[in-house]
Design a protein around this ligand. Structure first.
Ligand code: PHE
Length: 360
């Protein structure tokens, strides 16, 4: 047997007996690697005479070819065996109960915002948004709160430093969602029906106030809108939200610079087992600020107040959540305490719908 035939027999035997991919790789390196035996033979061809190369060339190349094929075949065989082994051992028993993985909850604020969007969508309101970093004009001036107006002091505003002014406008963290009224009226044609939920900021902190909280604004601009439309809308909304037909509203004259007339809305409640329960007219609690949009606000947005009228309202989302779901400390909303979130949070599948109940 020639040396080449002996080498071939040895290598094929080595390939046959390799029982792991690693062992097979070792055989491959020993034959075809840089220092491998077959590679060494291939290198000798460079120094051969043309005649020698004619006879040896095909033999050496044939050796390389047959070893490559044998390696590939064995590799496929070992890989199939490995896959079958894993398929047999790595089996998941689908009849076992699912492991108790940690599960997050939907924050009550998010849930209530979804409920409100659902309720108002049913009345034809779209959801609008505005920036939380707002300029003085949108947050105050266009809402009929000029520089010297005492209402500015009421808002405990977080102002940005003067050198962060934009277009000569001082920047603030918006103190209410009302600037979205302005952004909506200046960017779309009436008729308008929007709600604007979002974060607002005031420098204030105790059991019922946090420096950041959530409001929802409502705005309707159309022809011939009057206080009756406002009252019906709020009544329909609060009945749907509290899921009770016996929700009673009381409208009190009030003052906001951007509405005229302005009304504060109280809702009737009674105390049952130490908790406030909405319904009836035993006692009253303020839930909303609202009114007819002031002529000056409509004008500031470039609309003719003799043609277009409307109403607006604003209320605290966190407070609405507390009234419906019974939490009593607002600060806990923003503590991120997992026990509170597990208790008051909602399942991701509790999507509020009017038909299924917005109460989740
Ligand atoms: N923006 C007012 C507030 O934050 C609420 C409000 C909104 C009142 C719209 C009237 C109309 O208190």
């Amino acid at each position: 047997m020639s040396d080449i035939e002996t080498l071939q027999t040895e290598l094929i035997a080595g390939i046959d007996s390799a029982d792991t991919l690693e062992a097979l790789e070792a055989v491959r390196v020993s034959a075809l690697g840089k220092q491998g035996s077959v590679s060494a033979l291939l290198k000798t061809m460079g120094g051969m005479s043309p005649e020698e190369r004619q006879t040896q060339g095909p033999i050496i190349n044939g050796l390389r070819e047959s070893i490559s094929l044998a390696l590939a075949a064995k590799k496929a065989e070992l890989e199939t065996a490995e896959l079958n082994r894993r398929l047999a051992t790595e089996r998941v028993d689908m009849t076992l109960p699912a492991p108790d993985a940690p599960r997050g909850t939907i924050h009550p604020v998010s849930q209530v915002m979804d409920e409100l969007a659902e309720i108002f969508a049913d009345m034809g309101f779209a959801v609008a948004e505005g920036p939380e970093i707002e300029d003085d004009w949108h947050n105050f001036t266009a809402l009929n709160i000029p520089e010297t107006h005492p209402a500015r002091a009421m808002h405990d505003t977080f102002y940005f430093p003067d050198d962060m002014a934009r277009d000569g406008q001082k920047m603030v963290l918006r103190t209410h969602t009302s600037p979205v009224q302005i952004r909506t009226m200046t960017s779309q044609e009436p008729p308008i029906r929007i709600i604007a939920p979002g974060r607002v900021y005031r420098s204030d902190s105790d059991a019922t106030h946090t420096p950041m909280f959530h409001q929802i604004e409502g705005l309707v601009i159309d022809k011939g809108i009057h206080l009756g439309h406002l009252k019906w809308t709020l009544e329909t909304f609060l009945k749907a939200y509290f899921e009770r037909e016996d929700v009673v509203l009381r409208l009190r004259p009030s003052y906001f610079p951007f509405t005229e007339p302005s009304v504060e809305v109280d809702v009737g409640y009674s105390v049952i087992n130490g908790k406030r329960v909405i319904g009836g007219a035993e006692d009253w609690m303020e839930v909303l600020g609202s009114g007819m949009v002031h002529r000056k606000v409509i004008e500031a947005c470039g609309l003719d107040p003799d043609v277009w009228q409307g109403f607006a309202f604003g209320t605290g989302v966190d407070r609405l959540a507390m009234l419906k779901y019974g939490m009593d400390d607002l600060r806990a909303f923003f503590d991120g305490d997992n026990r509170w979130l597990q208790h008051y949070g909602f399942d991701a599948l509790d999507v509020p719908t009017l038909s299924g109940g917005v109460g989740a």
